[in-house]
Ligand binder design. Structure first.
Ligand code: ATP
Length: 140
């Protein structure tokens, strides 16, 4: 079976680099499924889950938005932030989710930018979802 090289990088580090069979990424206009030999593509990503599928196994990462480019031989993800499941600090993400929810609830009182709080909430939800999936897998 053919594969495609996936690189997920942020301004600070390389988060993932390897050959995969398929990439599923959270595009702003919906999920993007990328197989080897996919046509060249550029797309904006939203906060969500990115799946790197290899040999029937899925590695799931949390992505905080960014940019995806498909080239003939590789997929490059330039992410605002990205974490592999085992890197996610759940307590931190839970605190971030609560902070964002509280801000959205009180936004009139404090005049906060709603979009900022919504984006923070989305990042936290993506991190928690990825970390929870890994925990469930470990129980199986
Ligand atoms: P917080 O409010 O907790 O800082 P945030 O969504 O504002 O969360 P980001 O600005 O998206 O954080 O990310 C800043 C850095 O912290 C990035 O390197 C990101 O990978 C890391 N990071 C953020 N939240 C977590 C988490 N829950 N677990 C592990 N790393 C995290």
């Amino acid at each position: 079976m053919s594969s495609i090289k996936l690189d997920i990088v942020t301004a600070e580090r390389v988060v993932y680099s390897g050959d995969v069979d398929m990439v599923i990424a959270p595009g702003v206009e919906g999920q993007l499924g990328i197989l080897p030999h996919h046509a060249p593509l550029m797309a904006l990503l939203q906060a969500g889950e990115l799946v790197a599928r290899k040999g029937g196994q899925d590695e799931i990462l949390a992505i905080s938005g960014g940019f995806l480019e498909v080239r003939p031989d590789r997929v490059i993800v330039l992410a605002d932030a990205a974490e592999r499941a085992e890197e996610i600090d759940m307590a931190r993400a839970q605190a971030a989710r609560k902070r964002a929810e509280d801000r959205l609830r009180d936004r009139k009182a404090i005049g906060l930018d709603e979009a900022t709080a919504e984006a923070a909430l989305k990042r936290a939800i993506a991190r928690l979802s990825v970390a929870e999936k890994m925990q469930q897998r470990r129980k199986m």
